[in-house]
Design a protein around this ligand. Sequence first.
Ligand code: ADP
Ligand code: ADP
Length: 226
Amino acid sequence: MLEVRDLSVKYGNFTALHSINLTVQPGEIVVLLGANGAGKSTLFRTLSGLQRPSGGAATWQGTPLTGGKPEFNVSHGVSQCPEGRLLFPELSVEKNLRLGAYVHRRDAAGNERELEKVYELFPAMVDKRHAPAGSLSGGQQQMVAIGRALMARPSLLLLDEPSLGLAPLVVEQVLAAAQQINAQGVSVLLAEQNAYAALSIAHRGYVLESGQVTLQGTAQELMNDD
Ligand code: ADP
Ligand code: ADP
């Protein structure tokens, strides 16, 4: 499981995360709800090895994630789909996807199989695979960003605000994709501001306010709370 214990992150004198505790069990979709600035991306960057904590620990299947080497975390099954997608807009869809496989760069055959799996998950991407990623709609770009994260073959997917800037119908499609990925055995930690949509696919959730967990429960409990 993902175990985050008393995790704190500071930027200079400012404390962005105050002793956070949370877990994700294998097979779960857990949502992290919070407004802008609550600390969601800070937590995700820390779990990706991009940000060093000032205290506490985080482990996935017993492996520490806070050593500060992103490639280590990715090769131990933790892959992030970052907020804002961060595709290379001039590169083709397929080149963007292949970049996600950088920790498996010596396994060309495995990467071809993985690419086929991504195209099976997102059939509409096949016709677009040679198009510049920047020419796609926001929803399609989000799917490419998810596909790129899957090319790392994660057992835990960190999905940071995938609904950002998307129309409600497209949000539903993106969250349905997350559910399908989860059904294939990938645990998912999903950061969202959009509580209702996210809780509709999550098993459990946590509410993050100003860097502190203020509420936690099953999706049903959190849905009833507001
Ligand atoms: P969220 O993803 O929930 O919007 P963030 O993790 O991006 O929240 O930000 C949490 C808090 O930390 C905010 O107050 C933000 O301004 C601050 N913050 C984020 N990144 C930095 C940084 N690199 N330096 C200083 N403060 C930061
Ligand atoms: P380079 O150093 O060659 O620019 P990076 O390691 O920065 O390569 O990233 C290569 C690709 O992998 C990019 O598309 C980036 O978004 C993605 N990536 C980087 N870190 C992670 C991570 N922790 N999880 C998943 N994908 C990542």
